[in-house]
Design a protein around this ligand. Structure first.
Ligand code: GDP
Ligand code: MG
Length: 169
């Protein structure tokens, strides 16, 4: 068995559901009222793949502008970034693209990026189309998934898709 610990950072606009995704994945919980994150916090989760096991350290950051410089501390040294937007909030999609751009500018080495359109349960309120986000992700070389932290849809896939890319120690 190979056990490695690797850092994944979760980025995105405020209230898109970053904390909810991390909590759903790590603890199987969801809260209609999720406390806004202050600064950043991390949870760990062991992920089995094949006969191996990887320990993922998932850093949940605060989306507010005043914490932006703090986020920088967390994505340095991360092997992967999960960039989240809310499918009912166009501005959060624009913000997601800015985060991606910033990562490329600030991190010299390759970083695995998963673009996540969260709140897929709110289909009737959707303002960001699946195709628009999917085309953008494809042309940028990112994995793309739509998720719901509320129902759990596709949430595991976000993190499992990164397990196979974990750096082996
Ligand atoms: P963060 O600021 O990005 O960490 O967002 P939070 O995880 O704090 O979530 C913000 C709000 O959106 C909370 O009220 C959550 O309950 C809600 N929320 C998060 N994910 C979903 C989802 O998939 N569907 C729905 N309907 N609400 C969600
Ligand atoms: Mg949060």
């Amino acid at each position: 068995m190979i056990t490695s610990s690797s850092k994944v950072v979760v980025l995105g606009h405020a209230s898109v559901g970053k904390s909810s995704l991390v909590l759903r994945f790590c603890k199987g919980q969801f809260f209609e009222y999720q406390e806004p994150t202050v600064g950043a916090a991390f949870l760990t989760k062991s992920i089995p793949f094949g006969n191996e096991e990887a320990k993922m350290e998932i850093w949940d950051t605060a989306g507010q502008e005043r914490y932006h410089s703090l986020a920088r501390m967390y994505y340095r040294g991360a092997y992967a970034a999960v960039i989240v937007y809310d499918i009912t909030n166009k501005e959060s999609f624009i913000k997601a693209k800015e985060w991606a751009k910033e990562l490329h500018q600030q991190i010299p080495e390759e970083i695995n990026i998963v673009l996540v359109g969260n709140k897929s349960d709110l289909e009737s309120l959707r303002t960001v189309s699946f195709d628009e986000a999917s085309d953008y992700a494809k042309s940028s070389g990112y994995i793309f998934l739509e998720t719901s932290a509320k129902t759990g849809e596709n949430v595991d896939d976000v993190f499992f898709s990164l397990a196979e890319k974990l750096p082996k120690t």
